[in-house]
Design a protein around this ligand. Structure first.
Ligand code: FPP
Ligand code: MG
Length: 298
């Protein structure tokens, strides 16, 4: 099923009639295609559905190209990122090409779908900005973290699910909630894996978020559970390069204070709520996708 989406994206890229853009597209690793899988599972494989899935994946790819420039990230999905290979200018401009071609196609699919997806991209952009702003200093505020990851990550997954429900003539509400919960849990798990997995499995440097200034949920939860003196130490390490002893101290504290289990349980609660909603809708395959979310290790 996903093959049809890949072909559609390739068709859109070919329509650009630009050898440079085609070559850059070939350098992009495809990724998990979670958003496309959700759309096809909810709405089937009619042409507007395939087109919507292709457009959403192109928007997602564009956002990652920009994100890697913003985050100074040189590895993406185990390969050199486009900014690492060709510099920031190329990554930004190719992101713009993908993004604008996606919008050009989106407006021709369905007006309601275009409204839902375009609004999500506004949220996505605001969320990325908020992520950067929160990175200025240690952030102990979990509400600020949760609303930022909703905007940065969950908004597009929520919109993909809602758009698919609209195209399939299904009641969008449970699908919206499903997508939102999945999106928030997805980012929570991503933030946990940064701490628990080796770089090779992740396809990007491990324990990098905190060095980058990102106070993700495990760090907020750790902060809440530490003694005063240790809180100061944690804050002092924020945004700095972590030596192996610092990494071990953080990991040790997180494990003895039950931080990782707690964060994992929070993500699992959201996924279970999403699964229960889909059980009610008789959507067994969407339940399975949700389950795979909390079982992944990259
Ligand atoms: C990854 O977060 C980033 C996002 C999910 C959103 C990025 C959004 C933008 C750059 C704005 C929108 C721009 C366009 C062109 C649509 P992360 O850095 O936590 O995850 P990572 O570890 O995978 O990099
Ligand atoms: Mg990033």
């Amino acid at each position: 099923m996903l093959d049809a989406v890949e072909r559609k994206i390739e068709q859109y890229i070919a329509e650009l009639d630009d050898k440079d853009a085609e070559a850059l597209y070939r350098r992009l690793p495809a990724g998990k295609r979670l958003r496309a899988r959700l759309i096809l599972t909810i709405a089937g494989t009619s042409l507007p559905v395939i087109e919507t899935a292709a457009v959403v994946e192109m928007i997602h790819a564009a956002s990652l190209l920009h994100d890697d420039v913003i985050d100074d990230a040189f590895v993406r999905r185990g390969k050199a990122s486009l900014n690492a290979l060709y510099g920031n200018k190329t990554a930004i401009m190719f992101g713009d090409v993908l993004y604008s071609k996606a919008f050009h196609e989106l407006v021709a699919i369905d007006r309601r779908v275009a409204r839902v997806i375009s609004n999500a991209v506004v949220q996505l952009s605001l969320g990325e900005r908020r992520d950067v702003l929160l990175g200025d200093r240690f952030n102990p505020d979990r509400e600020a973290y949760l609303s930022m990851i909703y905007q940065k990550t969950a908004s597009l997954i929520e919109a993909a699910s809602e758009a698919a429900a609209i195209l399939a003539g299904k009641n969008p509400e449970p699908y919206r909630t499903y997508g939102r919960n999945l999106g928030i849990a997805f980012q929570m798990i991503d933030d946990l894996l940064d701490i628990t997995q080796e770089s090779e499995t992740l396809g990007k440097p491990a324990m990098h978020d905190y060095e980058e200034g990102k106070t993700t949920l495990p760090y907020i939860t750790l902060y809440e559970r530490l003694e005063e003196k240790e809180k100061e130490k944690l804050i002092a390490l924020h945004g700095r390069r972590l030596c192996p002893e610092d990494q071990e101290w953080i990991l040790g504290k997180m494990s003895t204070l039950g931080v990782l289990d707690r964060c994992y349980a929070e993500a699992r609660e959201l996924v279970e709520e999403a699964m229960a909603l889909m059980e009610r809708e008789g959507e067994a395959r969407l339940e399975a996708i949700a389950r795979s979310m909390i079982e992944r290790n990259y």
